[in-house]
Unconditional design. Structure first.
Length: 293
């Protein structure tokens, strides 16, 4: 990959689309949360997402907030096939859905799944698809009515695609705990290419007090510390994602990725979700309309 100036890399960093489950701030109290359709079973006490069988469906939800604490959107996640498949439904604060993302790592690397994101508000689409000849392509459409652009998926070591970031962190969890810095080539569909980042453990006393460990994803260049980064917290015992702070994979009306914060409390992790609820999330019309800014 050719070298870029810090200003060019800053622009690319602003286009980073990460989903390790997504990103926003602390979820509001249960009584204040907007209603979300569908039922869920009781959450396990430790907040993990167990699979009673490979076909069992688990999930979680969170509320994306901006720096001022304003609720921007709600996301509802479903995970099944032993973790190989994932669906995220994005909802306006009033509960109406406006975007959907699907990840499928069956038969491949969990850190680099095929995926599709469809934001019906803006018409933005991106993803990685598998072609008839077995090759894979990355694609993007910036706006409704715009042309789709695509390119062969870059084949590189340490490749991470979309929500595969979470699987990549878990794979290298012990090394990160020991202080290692792990390189990663993160796919940025908006550029049809990967960008080199690194993941490392950072000191976070607030996280430690909660029994969590914090990691940072930043650009791999020497000036990476000057540019936007992504911080995540994981439960040190269960290795479940608890917090994400950084750029969302959703964009505002100007086409800029939202900077958000989200918490994933144990109370919002659910197991044995009815298949009918997943089917409804796969079919529901994306007719929600709400300002993202």
């Amino acid at each position: 990959m050719q070298a870029r100036s810090p200003f060019a890399v800053r622009a690319l960093a602003a286009m980073l689309l990460v989903a390790a489950a997504t990103g926003a701030a602390p979820a509001p109290p249960a009584a204040a949360q907007p209603a979300v359709t569908g039922t869920v079973s009781a959450a396990p006490t430790d907040g993990t997402l167990p699979f009673a069988t490979p076909a069992a469906i688990s999930g979680y939800r969170g509320a994306a907030r901006d720096a001022a604490g304003r609720l921007i959107y709600i996301e509802q996640d479903f995970v099944w096939d032993g973790g190989a498949r994932r669906l995220t439904l994005y909802r306006c604060p009033d509960g109406s859905p406006f975007a959907r993302r699907e990840d499928d790592a069956r038969g491949g690397d969990p850190a680099a799944p095929d995926f599709s994101l469809d934001d019906a508000q803006t018409g933005y689409r991106e993803g990685v698809r598998r072609n008839a000849d077995g090759t894979r392509s990355v694609y993007v459409r910036m706006r409704r009515g715009g042309d789709e652009k695509s390119a062969p998926l870059p084949m590189t070591r340490h490749l991470v695609i979309d929500a595969g970031f979470d699987a990549f962190v878990i794979r290298h969890f012990d090394a990160l705990l020991s202080g290692a810095t792990v390189p990663v080539e993160f796919l940025v569909p908006g550029r049809l290419e990967t960008i080199g980042f690194k993941i490392m453990r950072i000191e976070d006393t607030a996280a430690a007090a909660r029994g969590e460990v914090a990691f940072r994803l930043e650009l791999g260049n020497w000036f990476g510390f000057l540019l936007p980064h992504i911080d995540v917290r994981y439960d040190a015992r269960t290795r479940v994602l608890r917090r994400y702070v950084g750029l969302s994979n959703l964009r505002d009306a100007r086409g800029d990725n939202l900077k958000v914060r989200i918490d994933f409390p144990p109370s919002q992790a659910h197991s044995d979700i009815p298949r009918s609820e997943l089917a409804a999330a796969q079919r529901v019309a994306l007719d929600g309309r709400c300002p993202l800014r």
